[in-house]
Design a protein around this ligand. Structure first.
Ligand code: C5P
Length: 224
């Protein structure tokens, strides 16, 4: 339990489409916390690889990660890569396909985790991704693991893609999600898993607001 107003770190992990980003962003707004979208950072590095024609495991990409500048604005809504707004470009199917291969490289993770921990030291935060509860903030005040059925997750991703006028089918999106899940959960370094001390929330049949309320009630049980 936390007193309203005291410093808090909430860490959340889960697979693609489990609702983490939307839920975390909403909680950040409601509680006035900093929102850290860790996946956006791996996506920005992937975009860098695509733009500069570098292979996911190339030493040049590791060098670039050390010198590139990744910054968030508008509390996570906008992401800048070397001062350029790449918020839309990091969500394209090309990035979706490559990101798990970039994110499995330990030297790349090391740089990004350092950056995330620096952001986390700035104040109260809600951070989400694949290793926030296990590696980045192992001492977080609250840990959650969000999950949902693969079909439900694919439906959510398809709706997002359609909103961006991207052409996709449910079958293709589900296949891409399954492939990314497999890579994220079986990789050697920082695989996606539920931390032993994380509360699991199945979001399959829940609305965003229901999940948000459930988590806030867990963090501030006396405020309801
Ligand atoms: O959360 P999102 O789907 O945007 O993440 C994109 C990819 O970035 C994931 O599939 C995973 O490969 C990688 N990632 C990671 N560790 C994190 C966040 C994301 O490896 N903490």
């Amino acid at each position: 339990m936390k007193e309203v107003g005291s410093q808090v770190t909430i860490a959340m992990d889960g697979p693609a489409g489990s609702g983490k980003s939307t839920v975390a962003r909403r909680i950040a707004e409601k509680l006035g916390l900093l929102y850290l979208d860790s996946g956006a950072m791996y996506r920005a590095v992937t975009l860098l690889a695509l733009q500069e024609g570098l292979a996911a495991d190339s030493p040049k990409l590791i060098d670039r990660v050390k010198t590139c500048h990744i910054e968030f604005m508008d509390n996570g809504r906008t992401i800048l890569l070397d001062t350029k707004d790449v918020s839309v470009q990091i969500r394209t199917p090309a990035v979706n396909r490559l990101v798990a291969d970039v994110a499995k490289i330990p030297e790349i993770r090391r740089e990004i985790v350092k950056h995330q921990q620096r952001i986390g030291a700035e104040g109260s935060i809600i951070a989400e991704g694949r290793d926030l509860t296990t590696i980045v903030f192992p001492n977080a005040d609250f840990k959650f693991y969000l999950d949902a059925s693969v079909t439900e997750r694919a439906k959510r991703r398809l709706a997002e893609l359609q909103a961006q006028n991207e052409k996709a089918t449910l079958v293709a999106v589900e296949a891409e999600i399954r492939e990314r899940d497999k890579k994220d959960t079986t990789r050697e370094h920082s695989p996606l898993r539920a931390a032993d001390d994380a509360a699991t929330v199945d979001t399959t049949d829940k609305t965003i607001e229901e999940v948000v309320d459930l988590i806030i009630a867990h963090v501030y049980p006396n405020e309801r």
